[in-house]
Design a protein around this ligand. Structure first.
Ligand code: PA5
Length: 427
């Protein structure tokens, strides 16, 4: 369940109240499938309609990887990368490879064009029993295609063609694309990204689910959390949290708050914020419009971005995401000598200290002229992850329609590719 606090934005809105009626109307358009980009609404009912047979294959592949692999390389970029990493870091650890007690070390690559990154991951997996999951819906994206060429060659050199075949898992389109062609010719096991689910809405398909399963995450619980949230986020009421969030951020946008800072509670949530930035940036930033999505790690970034948020140009709206409870309990020890003067927090739980920090931050930013909305999720577990994914996806579709854009295309992404391919001399 996700609770929303609007107290911190109301003073900034004056007459511009969140238009929940328009948000419910946008939700109706989404559900009716008669808005822009309606070919890409497969995500909307996915927690209910997902392919059970494919799901069972994902679980089986995840088990196989966990049993046999010492290293698992996940190749993908953008929507074919961020959701899986968000899940891994939130539900396992941002330091998964050191913290894990079973299963393979997991490396993400093909999410950029850095020689140092790819060379390092190759060094790290050399000599280890390696499985690779290449993820690309189009099958033509340069960054993952290059990485796959390198890791496929490595697997074939190391294990031979047959051995490589057993260790390569492809997640791609049902029928189209270069990757699908290679997978069919080579006999690699493939997992299907449904035609009607775009990259940034694909975390609850094999794109996110297979790496999650390989990390030992219970993906049935993720889907159950998403399904529960779906029931709430598709309700055509002014109490629907996705409706409220979309309406509130759009109201602030109309008041000139053009940058939304998603503040989040620590390292394990960093990639959830990265995923959120991609979801909202690609969905809304078009036709000269859109709220720019930025993020701030609490409290680390208050020692870097904090000055700007408190005192810089007043174009910011802040959304503070936190969990009602952390997954683990840490208490501050009491020390008799109290040399550091910290006994005033002795015996208190870290969560209690964070809650005071978050409230202190909220009050400070409001007094500095930044409207602050609060999103409070339960503890960071599988159900919560599924719920957050669905909550943000539904709100993004609603918010995009409220803004009058197609939230399911990304025409702007093509521009850099055209230049890059021309410079590289592609025919
Ligand atoms: O959201 C999107 O559609 C994009 O971010 C894609 O996920 C990204 O460009 C990767 O595309 P592909 O999966 O086709 O390689």
């Amino acid at each position: 369940m996700i609770r929303i606090g609007l107290d911190g934005i109301l003073p900034f809105l004056e007459t511009e109240t969140p238009d929940t009626a328009a948000a419910v109307e946008a939700l109706r358009t989404l559900k009716a499938g008669n808005g822009a980009g309606s070919d890409f609404l497969g995500w909307l009912r996915l927690p209910e309609t997902y392919d059970r047979a494919e799901f069972a294959r994902i679980e089986a592949a995840g088990r196989r990887v966990r049993e046999h692999a010492q290293a698992f390389v996940v190749i993908g970029i953008g929507g074919s990368y961020l959701g899986a990493r968000a899940a891994l870091e939130l539900l396992c650890s941002p330091r998964h490879n050191e913290a894990k007690t079973a299963g393979p070390a997991i490396y993400f690559i093909g999410n950029g064009i850095s020689a140092d990154d790819i060379a390092e991951v190759l060094d790290l997996v050399r000599g280890k029993e390696l499985y690779v999951n290449v993820i690309s819906k189009s099958g033509t994206t340069l960054e993952p295609a290059l990485a796959f060429r390198i890791f496929r060659a490595y697997l074939e050199e190391t294990y031979g063609k047959e051995g490589a075949r057993a260790r390569i898992l492809c997640t791609t389109d049902r029928a189209r694309g270069v990757l699908k062609g290679i997978a069919d010719r080579e006999g690699y096991e493939t997992f299907v990204i449904p035609d009607d689910v775009g990259g940034r809405y694909s975390v609850l398909t094999p794109v996110g689910l297979l790496p999650m399963a390989a990390a030992g995450i219970d993906i049935s619980r993720v889907m159950a959390g998403a399904a529960a949230q779906m029931a709430e986020s598709l309700a055509e009421t002014a109490e629907n949290p996705s409706v409220i969030y979309a309406a509130a951020r759009q109201a602030l946008y109309r008041k000139g708050k053009k940058v939304e800072v998603l503040s989040y509670p620590g390292e394990n949530t960093r990639f959830l914020a990265e995923w959120w930035k991609q979801l909202y940036g690609e969905s809304e930033g078009k036709q000269g419009l859109g709220i720019f999505p930025a993020s701030c790690e609490l409290t680390a970034d208050l020692h870097s971005l904090g000055q700007y948020i408190q005192d810089g140009e007043r174009m910011l709206q802040e959304t503070i995401l936190r969990f009602a409870q952390s997954a683990r309990r840490v208490k501050v020890p009491r020390v008799e000598a109290d040399e550091d003067g910290l006994n005033y927090v002795a015996d208190r739980d870290y969560d209690e200290i964070f809650a005071c920090a978050a409230e202190g931050i909220r009050r400070a930013h409001i007094s500095g002229g930044v409207p602050c909305m609060e999103l409070v999720a339960d503890r960071p577990d599988e159900e919560t992850f599924g719920a957050l994914v669905y909550f943000f996806e539904a709100a993004c579709g609603i918010s995009g329609y409220m803004q009058g854009v197609n939230p399911f295309d990304q025409p702007g992404v093509e521009e850099y590719k055209k230049n890059m391919f021309a410079l590289l001399g592609r025919k």
